[in-house]
Design a binder for this molecule. Structure first.
Ligand SMILES: [Zn+2]
Length: 138
């Protein structure tokens, strides 16, 4: 990371219950989520998988300037890539010798569509789960 790189920060906790629940879900799966002013690079969000010398890292970066609803969708979308496309994305990155911090999947509209569907389902699941009364929940 260069000196001029905008500051990366942890997503603010307590802003939105759906966003918080999804952040916890990501954490549970070993996916680190951070926010950064990435709009200058193009995408609203990025998912990257780094695996080398026994170190495995899953990282999602979300544009910190987005509205909360949009952040939620972007997080769901990137989690979709994590859940559905990890292998395929690794192949693309290896082939193009990319670090993974860029979205070069414009030629993979099916992947983008699937990630959007995953996001919609995940968000509706989390929303339902949060609003349902769970009398026996600890
Ligand atoms: Zn995508």
């Amino acid at each position: 990371m260069s000196e001029s790189m905008p500051k990366t920060k942890k997503p603010e906790a307590g802003v939105n219950p759906v966003y918080n629940a999804m952040l916890k879900l990501a954490e549970k799966h070993g996916v680190s989520v951070c926010e950064n002013e990435i709009e200058q690079f193009g995408p609203n969000g990025v998912y990257t998988h780094y695996c080398k010398s026994g170190i495995e890292l899953h990282l999602i970066i979300i544009d910190s300037n987005l509205e909360i609803e949009k952040k939620i969708f972007v997080l769901g979308h990137e989690l979709g890539h994590y859940a559905l496309h990890q292998k395929r994305m690794d192949e693309i990155h290896n082939k193009n010798k990319l670090l993974g911090l860029t979205n070069h999947y414009d030629n993979e509209p099916k992947m983008e569509k699937d990630a959007n569907e995953f996001a919609e389902r995940l968000i509706s699941f989390v929303t339902r789960h949060l609003t349902r009364k769970l009398p026996n929940a600890a």
